[in-house]
Design a binder for this molecule. Structure first.
Ligand code: SF4
Ligand code: SF4
Ligand SMILES: [Zn+2]
Length: 333
């Protein structure tokens, strides 16, 4: 075949696309950054002179990178501690099962619990005064609303829904409720240590108290709470945490208190009463619920004790319509 003669026209060729380069954050330098902090910094650029902007973005970028490194370190530490504790608890369970061959293996399960603080002391007057001031402020705010439904939603509203859900679940499964009460009793309120001088009370809960008893004056409602303060409280914990647990009746507590269960208890609740074994092996460690991952120091096992699950209390007689039910305090939390 004869070759074509003369100039040939080559088809137009497009330049190859550049290799895909995902966007890099101009603040922290990371690829595909979705950090709100970076966006907030970037939003300042149009308001600043270029020189000031360069210094600002360099400084803020460094802070953001340092914060991320700290977060990563914390998470790594948390994973390491969790893995170590899980291994330790599994070994303790294994030993317990070997020592008790009469118990079918599936009838004993380990539950890891933190430890509440234990030193008791009379409540210092300045703590009471701080609580009283906060209470007065919350009551004054609560009085501005017609009823609890009118209080703007916040995290307490979500806790209210969770608390009602939890109560309904435990009411249907008395064995589970009883197990949770026994475990909270053994733990002594390790989740109450951050209750400080506020006990997580909110405008919504005080408004609800006023809705329940509209005849109460602000002073009477305040005094109703102050009267519940224990004579001696656990040092370093919520001011309502007494030697026998929370001194505040359940219905006067914050929704956050009533809704909260630590993960081991939440796991029992997710599994349901039908999955409860005959015994729980309670492995209790030294730290409370909020300082478990704070240090590299070993969170030592301070107590290993079998807990035979008590049979649920006898069924209560039916409640007449309109009658108020006082729910008992749930363990120490
Ligand atoms: S819910 Fe609180 S009091 Fe109950 S076991 Fe967990 S940390 Fe302890
Ligand atoms: S449950 Fe009681 S002791 Fe615990 S934080 Fe709430 S009010 Fe305080
Ligand atoms: Zn960024």
């Amino acid at each position: 075949m004869a070759l074509p003669v003369g100039p040939t026209t080559l088809p137009m060729q497009r330049p190859p696309p550049p290799p895909f380069a995902p966007p890099t954050c101009g603040v922290c330098g990371e690829v595909r950054c979705a950090d709100l902090a970076c966006r907030h910094v970037a939003a300042q650029q149009p308001k600043m002179e270029p020189f000031a902007w360069r210094n600002f973005v360099a400084f803020q970028g460094r802070l953001i990178r340092e914060r991320r490194a700290r977060d990563r370190g914390r998470k790594e530490n948390q994973r390491r501690i969790e893995a170590l504790e899980a291994e330790e608890s599994a070994a303790l369970l294994e030993r317990y099962r070997r020592d008790h061959p009469e118990l079918p293996a599936e009838q004993v399960r380990v539950v890891d619990l933190p430890s509440g603080l234990s030193q008791l002391a009379p409540l210092p007057p300045e703590r009471i005064a701080r609580f009283r001031r906060r209470l007065e402020l919350l009551i004054a705010r609560a009085q501005r609303y017609a009823d609890a439904d009118a209080v703007p939603p916040d995290q307490h509203h979500r806790a209210r829904a969770r608390s009602l859900q939890g109560e309904a679940l435990l009411a249907q499964q008395p064995a589970l409720k009883s197990a949770c009460e026994q475990l909270c009793g053994a733990c002594r309120g390790a989740c109450c240590t951050e209750g400080g001088d506020h006990a997580y009370l909110s405008t919504a809960i005080l408004r609800r108290e006023l809705d329940r008893a509209p005849h109460l004056t602000a002073e009477q409602l305040r005094d109703r709470y102050l009267a519940q303060l224990p004579a001696a409280s656990i040092v370093g914990s919520c001011l309502f945490q007494s030697a026998t647990g929370c001194a505040l009746p359940r219905e006067q507590r914050a929704d956050l208190c009533n809704a909260y269960f630590c993960e081991p208890l939440a796991a029992l609740q997710r599994a349901g009463a039908a999955a409860l074994p005959q015994q729980l092996l309670v492995v209790q460690r030294a730290n409370h619920q909020w300082n478990r991952f704070d240090t590299d120091a070993r969170n030592a096992v301070v107590r290993v004790a079998p807990l035979a699950l008590a049979p649920p209390p006898a069924a209560t007689p039916p409640v007449a319509p309109g009658e108020r039910v006082q729910s008992p305090p749930l363990g120490t939390s």
